[in-house]
Write a protein that binds this ligand. Structure first.
Ligand code: PAF
Length: 284
């Protein structure tokens, strides 16, 4: 495993690979790695000759200083986990100044409607921060393919839009959500939950499965309302921020009825104490 903190060293290694016409994949992460990340590396392995895993807690995508401060940073464990599972990975684990220099600020992007829904509504500036780091990572690594989990489905659509806007030549690949035994979507933030809390947070997936079952049997707005009520009345651990049923392409929230030609997904954001969890599911 090769570990680089500087762009120059990393880029020299990548130039060598490109000269040999190797397909380079990028798995961007913020560390605190878990099986979900390994599943992204696994997918990358199927279709790439060389894989770069970036580990960088990106400050500009946090709209809340305490969330950034509490975000788990476990670089040594992350490297050990990757080393144990894969022999030939290239790791890029830069410091903030390697990416941002003296000015830790976001560029502004026009992601259109995609950025105004759900995460965009509740996390001001989040997607500009995500766009900023990914544009820079794509420029540094020049990957042929980049891999993202569908847990952050809105992010996945934003990244596809980013690549269009910036005309970067990278194929963006969405990968299935990796889940705990009780269905809770795997997330680095789960490291801040106890085993009991993880058990209780499985309620999010229960609700998504319920919504999937109900979708199409009655008006979608009633399904949404019912799920919101379940959150309020069936448990007192999770604090719901939003439950939304939206067009899976535009992310516009559904109005009455639905168009059978379109794909829809249900999306949830909820707090487990001060840990913010998100998840989603395809409904049709
Ligand atoms: O999904 C994440 O972990 C982050 O948003 C990403 C894509 C690594 C950018 O910092």
């Amino acid at each position: 495993m090769q570990v680089y903190q500087d762009k120059q060293g990393l880029q020299a290694a990548i130039v060598g690979l490109k000269k040999k016409s190797k397909i380079v994949g990028l798995v961007p992460t913020m560390g605190a790695l878990h099986e979900g990340h390994l599943s992204l590396v696994e997918q990358a392995h199927q279709v790439c000759d060389a894989i770069v895993v970036s580990i960088f807690v990106n400050p500009t995508q946090f709209n809340n200083a305490s969330d950034l401060e509490k975000y788990p940073r476990t670089l040594e464990d992350d490297l050990a986990l990757l080393e144990k599972n894969y022999k030939n990975l290239i790791i890029f684990a830069p410091q903030e100044n390697e990416i941002y220099g003296e000015e830790i600020t976001s560029e502004k992007f026009n992601f259109g409607n995609l950025a105004f829904q759900m995460e965009g509504k509740f996390r001001d500036g989040h997607f500009d921060g995500v766009g900023t780091i990914l544009k820079r990572l794509f420029d540094i690594v020049r990957p042929d393919k980049a891999f993202f989990g569908e847990k952050d489905f809105q992010q996945l659509l934003i990244v596809k839009k980013l690549v269009q806007l910036t005309q970067q030549e990278v194929e963006v690949i969405g990968c299935p959500i990796s889940r705990e035994n009780n269905g809770l979507a795997r997330s680095s933030r789960n490291k801040r939950l106890t085993a009991t809390e993880i058990e209780k947070a499985g309620f999010i997936y229960e609700i998504l499965k319920k919504a999937e079952k109900k979708f199409g049997t009655k008006d979608a707005l009633l399904v949404k309302q019912e799920m919101e009520e379940h959150f309020k009345n069936s448990q007192d651990f999770l604090d719901l921020e939003y439950f939304e049923i939206s067009d899976a392409e535009t992310l516009k929230p559904i109005s009455e009825g639905f168009d059978h030609r379109k794909k829809y997904r249900a999306f949830v954001a909820a707090y487990a104490n001060d840990v913010r969890l998100i998840d989603n599911i395809a409904l049709n």
